[in-house]
Write a protein that binds this ligand. Structure first.
Ligand code: NAD
Length: 267
């Protein structure tokens, strides 16, 4: 028995680091999962890792296009009879690039790419899924970031896009109530390899900066699996009174102060 028994979940960005952890958790908690990603290679790895789990199907699609989002929702509904939960773990990073280091003539393209991936893809997936989700009292869980609340989790493009995710959650929770609940998770750090902005010729790179562990008040680098429980809670009936919330899961980054943690000595 799990908190997602008999639930159909569409998980987008499912083959990335955090996405895979969410897929693992949703399967463990009883959900049937359609895992979507734009990377066929990563999806094949996910399938192999799951050992051909009977409640997992995968699909390659681009969540930053209307056609891609319509197709993934249609597949979930056709194959599994409806949709209870939409999760998005889609994201691209800007690798912390400063505004002053972006050539002015490339800024519009970089802005479009960053916002289209981090914000536009959420709007498209949610728009495509409204009808089936509303029919089953559905839940939406999107992925923000610590960078959606404070500076220094990325550059200005990523940081402002992730701030927009907070507004998106708030507004859509209001627009889609009472039939659909909308929440988000804002991870702090995770040891993953994130895509950069192609418009700025950025290659995929480790998301983690050197020295990160020491900057975390909780002083432990989280495993991607550590994020799974929050996604499961927000996607399940257990969170029936929560909508419009972005749960910050940042190992204490938002409460970081000037002095080191454990200021008062051993507790
Ligand atoms: N890794 C971190 O430290 C960290 C910290 C805070 C927030 N986040 C956020 O967590 C989420 C997951 O990040 P991650 O670290 O697992 O990165 P990741 O790159 O491993 O995962 C992102 C996945 O999204 C997929 N994707 C990107 N654009 C897509 C599109 N248009 N259509 C379909 N799939 C698409 C990628 O192929 C990839 O598999 C992102 O929203 C990221 O911004 C990550």
């Amino acid at each position: 028995m799990g908190c997602l028994d008999d639930q159909v979940a569409l998980i987008v960005g499912a083959a990335g680091g955090i996405g895979r952890a969410v897929v693992r958790r949703y399967l463990a908690d009883g959900a049937t999962v359609l895992a979507v990603d734009r990377s066929e290679e990563r999806l094949a790895e996910l399938q192999a890792e799951s050992g051909g789990h009977p409640r997992l199907a995968t699909m390659a699609a681009d969540a930053s296009t209307w056609a891609g989002c319509k197709a993934m929702v249609a597949r979930a509904v056709t194959e599994f009879g409806g949709l209870d939960v939409l999760v998005s773990c889609v994201g691209v990073y800007d690798h912390g690039v400063r505004l002053v280091d972006i050539p002015g003539e490339r800024l519009t393209d970089a802005f479009d790419e960053c916002f289209r991936a981090n914000v536009g893809s959420l709007l498209l997936c949610i728009r495509a899924a409204i009808e089936p989700l509303a029919a089953r009292g559905g839940r939406i869980v999107v992925t923000g970031s610590f960078a959606g609340h404070r500076p220094s989790g990325g550059g200005v493009l990523y940081t402002s896009a992730k701030h927009a995710v907070v507004g998106l959650v708030s507004q859509l929770a209001y627009e889609l109530a009472p039939k659909i609940r909308v929440n988000g998770v804002a991870p702090g750090v995770a040891k993953t390899v994130m895509s950069g902005l192609r418009s700025l010729d950025q290659e995929p790179r480790d998301a983690l900066q050197p020295g990160t562990e020491d900057a975390l008040p909780l002083q432990t680098l989280p495993h991607t699996d550590d994020y799974g429980a929050v996604y499961a809670l927000l996607g399940s009936a257990e969170s029936a009174v929560i909508t419009g919330t972005v749960v910050v899961a940042d190992s204490g980054l938002l409460v970081r102060g000037l002095a080191g943690p454990n200021l008062g000595g051993d507790l």
